[in-house]
Write a protein that binds this ligand. Structure first.
Ligand code: FMN
Length: 211
């Protein structure tokens, strides 16, 4: 929980030191990107495990935690890894528009991203696919060696079967997913007044918003 109340009125107390990007739109965006880049490298960073929301066939949203595996700032693209048989893959195939959410309680910064998801499979993505698979560790590969599809109903929790040979070490079901960022919404909680901004990369606009 933040010790800064979410209130649009500036608070009287001083609060923690303010970031130099506080009143600077471009610097706020740059700070957001730096947090995403750090989220890939630093497992302790709050940005390492964002939430990804997709839309199910019923029209209802579904949401889950993933590990942030890549951030290509110039290309405005993030990457996470998943199982080809997972619900999120079926959902992004039907509707690639999705949302991602990050909150660092220490920094008091939330990012909400509007993204277009793209499974990096098939000949067009072979190089990106191979690079992502080569970088996965044995422990991560194990997840993809399960022979039943994730989310399958089982009678007993011990009924889960793993087979490295049958799944080519897990590669058969591994897929990297690119999240192409369309819009980034920045929210920085600060005692002297919160700062909220929208960076629209499709329309190339940036604006402060009322928090
Ligand atoms: C800390 C944490 C990290 C996770 N990382 C991933 C991930 O990188 N990829 C993934 O597919 N699922 C990951 N999961 C599991 C998902 O949150 C989710 O339960 C699973 O992928 C099934 O989601 P779906 O049925 O909506 O596709 C993670 C869960 C937690 C708690």
């Amino acid at each position: 929980m933040s010790d800064i109340p979410f209130d649009q009125k500036p608070q009287k107390q001083g609060g923690p030191p303010i970031l130099s990007c506080y009143d600077d739109l471009a610097a706020s965006a740059a700070y957001g990107w730096s947090m995403l880049e750090r989220g890939v490298k630093d497992r302790k960073s709050a940005f390492h495990t964002p939430s990804v929301a997709t839309i199910s066939a019923t029209g209802a949203p579904t949401i889950r935690t993933v590990v942030l595996r890549g951030c290509d700032t110039p290309a405005k693209t993030l990457r996470f890894h998943t199982d080809t048989r997972s619900g999120k893959i079926a959902e992004l195939t039907d509707n690639p528009l999705a949302a991602m959410h990050f909150y660092d309680a220490g920094a008091k910064i939330q990012l909400r991203l509007a993204v277009r998801l793209e499974a990096l499979s098939g000949p067009a993505h072979q190089a990106a696919y191979d690079a992502a698979w080569q970088a996965t560790r044995a422990m991560s590969r194990e997840c993809y060696q399960v022979t039943q599809g994730p989310g399958s109903v089982i009678d007993d929790p011990y009924d889960v079967e793993f087979n490295a040979a049958e799944t080519r070490d897990g590669e058969d079901y591994f897929v990297p997913v690119a999240a192409h960022i369309l819009r980034m919404e920045w929210l920085y909680l600060a005692a002297r007044g919160h700062r909220r901004a929208l960076f629209d990369f499709e329309n190339n606009t940036q604006n402060w918003l009322v928090p």
